[in-house]
Design a protein around this ligand. Structure first.
Ligand SMILES: NC(=O)c1ccc[n+]([C@@H]2O[C@H](COP(=O)([O-])OP(=O)(O)OC[C@H]3O[C@@H](n4cnc5c(N)ncnc54)[C@H](OP(=O)(O)O)[C@@H]3O)[C@@H](O)[C@H]2O)c1
Length: 347
């Protein structure tokens, strides 16, 4: 960082998450002297807001950055994140490429900021469904110890990129006008007016999607507790933006719904909306555009004396991706941790 601020690269700047990261860096007045937008070769030269022009990734163009925020998919991160680190930057990566690597911290700003201290150049931003869930679960885990989670997600199509949003809108439009839909492209089946028990993809022979595995593995890594038993079903629903989750939380110690509500109301980044008799509970359309995680329907599980049920909602593009990435950049700045510290081992 020079006296004027950091040189920041945003890789994937034309995408949904990248566009929001650019917006948030400005909105939150991140001390950047210069922001440079990168995307694929298709977008080189494209004009973005605030006079930014998209650049292509090359050995020369990645020189001289303090920070690089990536949201351009796993293969771009796999290839270019280590090169940015070698060129002197600290990378905050939104893809799944580096998340489970032992020497890469997986960090949620409100939950485990201390994990940043050990970074070796790359810091991973968790998967969107995991992110919002752990923000709400960490205060309960600290108080009563989580033994087991049963999670069902209701995930918006924006979690699959711009193409999926277009596909939901196109299919809905066609069906409402009694026209045949194009063959599905973003998903295995029609998403409009449907629910797909298939968020993510099934590897050969796997009975869980990669999204379900991420929810399980990333939650344990962030909460630093491999003993938590987790069952996950990730469902894609025809919602444009905002992921919802029904979560059954079984704790080791007794935890009443009242105490859980109290802990959550005091937790950073959480807003409790819980008055069901007045139809007050978190909704995806209300969470959209907000940076907090919303929790409601907090109640005793009648089937288990040490379990609670709750409904957790957040904007998957904001807290689930861009907001947390920018919050991590702010924490790196506050702790004097931006700038390369080596590189994670190759994996
Ligand atoms: N959407 C979510 O809720 C969410 C949440 C957490 C994490 N993420 C992760 O964030 C990443 C982006 O998601 P998104 O929803 O923003 O996707 P998106 O809207 O499809 O945008 C993808 C971005 O990546 C760029 N890109 C693609 N290939 C590239 C390449 N070879 N080199 C450089 N840039 C390249 C694209 O540039 P062009 O415009 O030039 O193609 C675009 O800027 C993914 O890794 C995703 O898993 C997404």
């Amino acid at each position: 960082m020079d006296n004027d601020g950091y040189r920041v690269a945003v890789v994937g700047a034309t995408g949904q998450v990248g566009t929001l990261m650019l917006e948030l860096l400005r909105e939150r007045e991140f001390p950047a002297a210069e922001i440079v937008a990168f995307a694929s070769e298709r977008s080189i030269g494209k004009q973005l807001e605030h006079g930014l022009r998209v650049q292509g990734l090359s050995d020369e163009s990645i020189e001289g950055f303090d920070l690089a925020l990536f949201s351009a998919g796993g293969s771009t991160s796999g290839e270019w994140a280590p090169r940015f680190v070698q060129a002197g930057a600290t990378v905050i990566d939104n893809s799944s490429r580096w998340r489970m690597q032992a020497d890469v911290p997986l960090v949620v700003s409100e939950v485990n900021p201390q994990a940043l201290d050990s970074h070796r150049g790359i810091i991973a931003n968790p998967n969107c469904s995991t992110m919002q869930m752990v923000v709400a679960l960490a205060p309960l885990h600290d108080e009563a110890g989580i033994e087991r989670l049963v999670v069902s997600t209701y995930q918006a199509v924006s979690g699959s990129g711009k193409r999926a949003v277009d596909e939901l809108l196109d299919q809905s439009h066609s069906l409402l006008h009694e026209r045949e839909i194009e063959p599905p492209g973003a998903y295995a089946h029609q998403i409009a007016f449907n629910a797909l028990p298939h968020a993510g993809s099934f590897a050969d022979g796997e009975d869980h999607t990669d999204e379900e595995r991420k929810l399980i593995n990333e939650t344990r890594k962030i909460l630093d507790d491999q003993s938590i038993a987790i069952s996950a079903t990730c469902v894609r629903v025809p919602v444009v933006n905002g992921h919802s989750e029904a979560v059954n939380v079984q704790t080791r110690e007794q935890l009443s719904p009242e105490r859980a509500r109290e802990l959550l109301a005091a937790a950073p980044g959480v807003i409790v909306l819980d008055d069901p008799s007045n139809a007050l509970y978190p909704l995806a359309i209300d969470a959209t555009g907000k940076d907090e995680v919303f929790v409601g329907r907090i109640r005793r599980d009648p089937g288990h004396e040490r379990a609670l049920d709750m409904w957790i909602v957040a904007d998957n593009l904001r807290k689930g991706a861009a907001t947390n990435a920018v919050q991590l950049a702010e924490l790196l700045h506050e702790r004097g941790l931006a700038g390369a510290k080596g590189a994670p081992s190759a994996a």
